[in-house]
Write a protein that binds this ligand. Structure first.
Ligand code: CP3
Length: 349
């Protein structure tokens, strides 16, 4: 696609997401701010709970900028969590050391009726303040990404009461009482639209929807609880902000990636580590821009294994619209110097 020079956004991220082929692909890394960085652990130690960090703009701005100071990344992602949503809806979330998130489960229409989608902005106002400050603080070539969990994935935590292995409670609810379960998903669609719209109004330039547990659903459920709610969110954001790039990350979607891309209407899809590069290039990138998909464990391993896989991904996907990223978030045991080497590999080719 040729775009007149003077109409081009100077930000490589926005160019790739608009369908341009950028010679040196832009990159950012999911979970680029976090425990693998010693300076993150320093800030984290100043607050009692993880959610306090998300709700304190001074600290959230600081930890968002930490990876930007260290590495030549093309985007910053606001520091928050997908689980601020249940917390803001009136289902308190606690992060316990070594245990992950803990919530009092929502399992019936009566539980859903107690959630307050109209009240979310009270709790989430500090996130919008973080966005306003970041949009002033970032270097001019770095794009600002906002995000939310997609309804299905956020619902898994709300119904299971935390991280799950089996997802039995949520799947059985959806099978036994689809109309009741739909009220929870509809509530999350409405709240997510309001949340992401407020992030865009405050200054984010791109949004990503994390659907980390999309892959646990058989096809009919995937269409109803992953694609359809995402389509509604995308349609509403597009009505309000027509040019907004929206990245969908339906982790584990497998053979359903193309249906997700077309059916949801997202601008680009994030590919997980299992998507083969020939499928990514020959099928998914024919639909639109793709982002991904280096295995985060290769950044722990480093060395030639990381370098070879990175060259393969860039070789296969940089001939089309592409954003380099991992196939899932950075893990805490990642050596920061390996991230530096990875960024150099992608930037220098
Ligand atoms: O740099 C960034 O990417 C921005 C911040 C960010 C966090 N979480 C910070 C965080 C983002 C984008 C997320 C997304 C998120 N959160 C997802 C989707 C992506 C994925 O990994 O699949 C999910 C499923 C969550 C839910 C979540 N948050 C869990 C299950 C946990 C506990 C397990 C863990 O990794 O600790 C969190 C906590 C969390 N979110 C931390 C960070 C930095 C660690 C908490 C701490 O510092 O004590």
């Amino acid at each position: 696609m040729t775009v007149p020079q003077d109409l081009r956004s100077p930000k490589p991220m926005l160019r790739s997401l608009s369908g341009e082929i950028v010679a040196r692909p832009p990159l950012w890394l999911m979970r680029q701010a976090g425990r693998y960085l010693p300076e993150y652990r320093g800030v984290r130690a100043q607050v009692a709970s993880f959610l306090d960090l998300c709700y304190t703009p001074d600290l959230a701005v600081e930890v968002t900028l930490q990876p930007i100071r260290r590495y030549a990344l093309d985007a910053a992602i606001i520091f928050s969590d997908i689980l601020v949503m249940p917390d803001a809806l009136g289902q308190p979330v606690a992060f316990r050391e070594g245990e992950g998130p803990v919530l009092e489960p929502v399992r019936s229409a009566a539980d859903v009726a107690r959630l307050r989608p109209e009240g979310i902005h009270d709790k989430l106002a500090p996130v919008y303040e973080t966005v306003r400050r970041l949009s002033r603080a970032l270097p001019s070539e770095v794009a600002l990404i906002g995000f939310a969990g997609a309804p299905w994935t956020v619902a898994t935590y709300m119904v299971e009461g935390g991280t799950s292995r089996s997802f039995h409670n949520i799947q059985l609810w959806a099978y036994r009482d689809p109309a009741g379960f739909a009220r929870l998903i509809d509530c999350l669609v409405e709240a997510t639209i309001a949340y992401l719209s407020a992030q865009v109004a405050a200054g984010v330039e791109i949004v990503q929807l994390f659907d980390s547990w999309a892959g646990v659903l058989p096809e009919p459920g995937f269409k109803r609880w992953v694609i359809e709610p995402t389509r509604q969110i995308v349609a509403s954001l597009r009505r309000q902000y027509p040019g907004l790039p929206i990245i969908g990350f339906p982790r584990g979607a497998g053979l359903l990636y193309p249906s997700y891309f077309v059916g949801s209407g997202v601008t680009a899809v994030g590919l997980d580590t299992t998507v083969p590069l020939d499928v990514a290039r020959g099928v998914i990138q024919k639909i639109g821009p793709v982002q991904g998909n280096l295995d985060p464990l290769l950044v722990v391993a480093g060395g030639e294994a990381m370098a070879a896989a990175t060259r393969e991904i860039v070789g296969a996907l940089a001939k089309g619209p592409f954003v380099f990223n991992l196939g899932h978030g950075i893990v805490p045991e990642t050596p920061p110097e390996h991230v530096e080497q990875l960024v150099a590999l992608v930037r220098e080719g």
